[in-house]
Design a binder for this molecule. Structure first.
Ligand code: NDP
Length: 246
């Protein structure tokens, strides 16, 4: 399905990004992973991708560092020659009630989740426009659609990602670049593990599908949106949330 394509997945060292990278590799894509550092976890993902036959490489880059983004994304383009699919998945939370949010809690979340997405996309958009094709997938959140108490900074960053997604879709549709957002609900990863088993179970019980999401649930949608089967879909926000936002 993705033979001959090169995909870049930010935040591919674990969780949702890892599942997306593996799903792409299974379908024949070469996958470049971007993570903050060359951790053991990230190296392990590369080994899994290589085992699937992908020419996978790991790039250490903090997406909140503009200079690093420019340099590393240019390196990826040089190394692979072309980038066909970009998944902006790197993200963080710094949850607190509004009065308790420090300046850095606001800045860090906006800088990684929203500005990081804009920066990394900017780094590849000219090359995609020149090749007259590209797929951009931005990982937003159901919280960006519905809001969430205790996550004002995070929800704002994820709502911003939706506005960015629609704008890129309008600006680059004529160049055959599609840009869509995925809004996951509550997916079992390290990010959500902090809530604890009891709270997770309580949330799962309230969901129409009665269970938490798996990273693979999100990866299945990412794979569809990245494929030619979705060639007439752009500017959309699609939820993978077990019915959380009905
Ligand atoms: P994890 O915390 O498990 O993984 C986060 C990933 O992002 C890691 O690979 C991490 O790399 C990378 N990352 C974090 N900060 C940076 C940075 N500054 N620069 C580069 N990479 C960075 O998260 P999830 O897999 O749970 O989440 C993935 C995405 O999905 C996020 O955008 C999140 O907001 C979104 N999402 C998650 C939901 C959930 O329920 N889990 C729900 C809705 C949306 P490293 O290993 O180097 O730290």
């Amino acid at each position: 399905m993705l033979q001959g394509k090169t995909a870049v997945v930010t935040g591919g060292s674990r969780g949702i990004g890892r599942a997306i990278a593996l799903a792409f590799a299974e379908q024949g894509a070469e996958v470049a992973i971007v993570a903050t550092k060359c951790s053991e976890a990230a190296e392990a993902v590369i080994a899994e991708l290589v085992a699937k036959g992908s020419n996978a490489r790991l790039y250490a880059c903090d997406v909140s560092d503009p200079e690093a983004v420019t340099r590393v994304m240019a390196q990826i383009l040089t190394d692979y020659g072309h980038v066909d699919i970009l998944v902006n998945n790197a993200g963080i939370t710094r949850d607190n009630l509004l009065p308790g949010l420090g300046e850095s809690d606001i800045d860090d979340v906006i800088d990684v989740n929203l500005k990081g997405t804009i920066r990394v996309t900017r780094a590849f958009i000219r090359a995609m426009a020149k090749q007259r094709s590209g797929v951009i997938l931005n990982i937003s959140s159901v919280v960006g659609l519905m809001g969430n108490s205790g996550q004002t900074n995070y929800a704002a960053s994820k709502a911003g990602v939706i506005g960015f997604t629609k704008s890129v879709a309008k600006e680059y549709g004529r160049r055959n670049i599609r840009c869509n957002a995925i809004a996951p609900g509550y997916i079992a990863t390290e990010m959500t593990a902090a809530l604890g088993a009891e709270k997770s179970e309580e949330i799962a019980k309230q969901l129409p599908l009665g269970r938490l999401g798996r990273p693979e649930d999100v990866a299945a949608l990412a794979l569809f949106l990245a494929s030619d089967a979705a060639s007439y879909i752009t500017g959309e926000v699609i939820s993978v949330d077990g019915g959380m936002y009905i």
